[in-house]
Design a protein around this ligand. Structure first.
Ligand code: MN
Length: 240
């Protein structure tokens, strides 16, 4: 049977995020992430050489979870962890973007959670395998509304915090980023042509830890506001 639009199976919607101050939405293409971008987190993980530069990895765009949507506890893990991060929303395309022009390619900013199956990530790292199973799973990229830079400017300092059930767990300042936002854009655009709709999760500070069903995670970034998510029950095995 032919589907509307000429696809042989249902293509599904393109993920998108709400935009503060607008009825229009921000369409999401790719989700890039930075690993090892706060020294205190490198130290708590205890795996990398502190002098190693930050690294890039990706999550699928449809791993996005908007505020207020279900965040099911993922399959195949016993150690599901939060990571609060500043998220950059790219507004215009660029390959090899010069540092001085990097911020011109930013549409806005958001608060995101780089949800992680830490046990699978650690096992992959130990075996020298890619991180996908630990990082790029379904529902692994909760993200709040996009705040246009026209409203919030380009935050380079200010508090980033995360609490679980009201208990403080992560606290840093954006000025502690090893690669700041322009440096991230300049470096990432040497590897990939950045496009409108690309999100960049900029890395997490120390204080990461596990959550279980029922936990309420709240991340805050000075100048952007707050993002909340409640961990749900696992999806039933055999579900569509
Ligand atoms: Mn992260």
């Amino acid at each position: 049977m032919t589907q509307p639009g000429g696809h042989v199976v249902e293509p599904g919607p393109r993920p998108s995020l709400a935009v503060r101050g607008s009825t229009q939405r921000y369409p999401v293409r790719r989700i890039y992430c930075i690993g090892r971008n706060y020294l205190a987190h490198i130290r708590e993980m205890g795996e990398a050489d502190e002098r190693d530069p930050p690294i890039f990895f990706q999550k699928p765009g449809d791993a996005l979870v908007e505020e207020g949507r279900p965040l099911p506890y993922p399959s195949a893990t016993q150690d599901y962890q939060y990571e609060a991060e500043l998220v950059v929303a790219i507004g215009s395309a660029g390959l090899g973007i010069p540092l001085a022009q990097a911020l011109d390619h930013v549409y806005g900013y958001a608060i995101g959670l780089d949800m992680t199956r830490r046990d699978l990530q650690r096992a992959a790292a130990k075996a020298g395998h890619p991180w996908e199973n630990g990082k790029a799973f379904d529902h692994s990229a909760p993200c709040g509304e996009v705040v246009p830079a026209a409203l919030c400017g380009h935050p380079s300092k200010g508090a980033l915090t995360l609490s679980v059930n009201g208990q403080p767990r992560q606290k840093t300042d954006l000025s502690q980023l090893i690669w700041n936002v322009p440096e991230i854009i300049a470096n990432l655009s040497l590897l990939y042509r950045l496009m409108p709709g690309d999100l960049i999760y900029t890395g997490t500070p120390d204080g990461v830890g596990p959550v279980v069903p029922g936990d309420v995670i709240e991340a805050r970034i000075e100048g952007l506001g707050a993002f909340r998510a409640q961990v749900g029950e696992p999806l039933p095995a055999g579900a569509a």
